[in-house]
Design a protein around this ligand. Structure first.
Ligand code: C5P
Length: 236
């Protein structure tokens, strides 16, 4: 199995979006925890809770807990603290929760020796330009992403989640300290599913993205390891 850490390419986070443990473990058991990160989102967390995170930690995996917190500052402060207590590696909040909420999340991590990376969601990669207008936002998707990236960066967050096509601009504005996490990764033969702002792994490398999140491209594949190798080779 190719080791992507040997090349200067984006690190790979596998999105475990399953409705039961058995299906998730089929993928987990194929992966080397020193190479791949795992992302637990709303579906898996709702089904399996903290216990599953503990089990994955015991197997040696670093976990991105992608619960996309979006609430009043006090609630986000307490939820962020509780998440960090689990010993996770990365955590997401919605940048659209506003400055006070973002600062509260950051503050909640102050007392941790090794705090998780705090990452803000700018726009969901499923969002279309016209859908922004429906929720009352009168700027382009690009402007919206840049506005929220600036806010997150000003609030001291460690990075942002954004569609791949915006990554280059964000890196040039905020430098390498701002980690970029990009979902919506697809290779030519993949189905789009509900994603709209997609890029290929090769483009992710070109745009200097730090972490790519890959879900269905791998998890729905008949041969996930072969598919991973193909993705890694395409980035070399
Ligand atoms: O299956 P697919 O590769 O499309 O999965 C993408 C993953 O990234 C999902 O788990 C989804 O929740 C997550 N995500 C996203 N767009 C964001 C943030 C997270 O698609 N802006």
């Amino acid at each position: 199995m190719l080791n992507p850490n040997l090349f200067n390419i984006p690190k790979i986070i596998i999105a475990l979006d399953f409705c039961n443990k058995k299906s998730a473990m089929k993928i987990v058991n194929l992966l080397n925890p020193s190479i791949y990160y795992l992302k637990i989102g709303k579906e898996m967390f709702t089904v399996l809770g903290c216990q599953f995170i503990k089990e994955l930690h015991q197997l040696g995996f670093n976990i991105f807990l992608d619960l996309k917190f979006h609430d009043i500052p006090n609630t986000v402060f307490n939820a962020t603290k509780a998440a960090a207590d689990l010993g996770i590696w990365m955590l997401s909040v919605h940048a659209s929760g506003g400055k006070k909420m973002l600062v509260s999340a950051k503050k909640a991590l102050k007392s941790f020796k090794t705090a998780p990376l705090l990452i803000a969601i700018t726009a969901l990669t499923s969002l279309k330009e016209e859908e922004l207008k429906e929720i009352g936002i009168q700027m382009s998707l690009k402007e919206y992403i840049l506005t929220l990236s600036k806010l997150s960066n000003d609030c001291g967050l460690d990075g942002i989640v954004c569609p791949g096509k915006e990554a280059k601009k964000i890196k040039s504005l905020f430098g390498d300290k701002c980690k970029i996490v990009t979902p919506g990764i697809r290779v030519a033969e993949d189905a789009l599913y509900d994603q709209n702002n997609i890029i290929t792994p090769k483009e992710a490398k070109k745009y200097k993205i730090d972490y790519i999140v890959i879900g269905r491209s791998i998890t729905m594949s008949k041969d996930p390891i072969k598919k991973l190798e193909l993705i890694i080779k395409s980035m070399q």
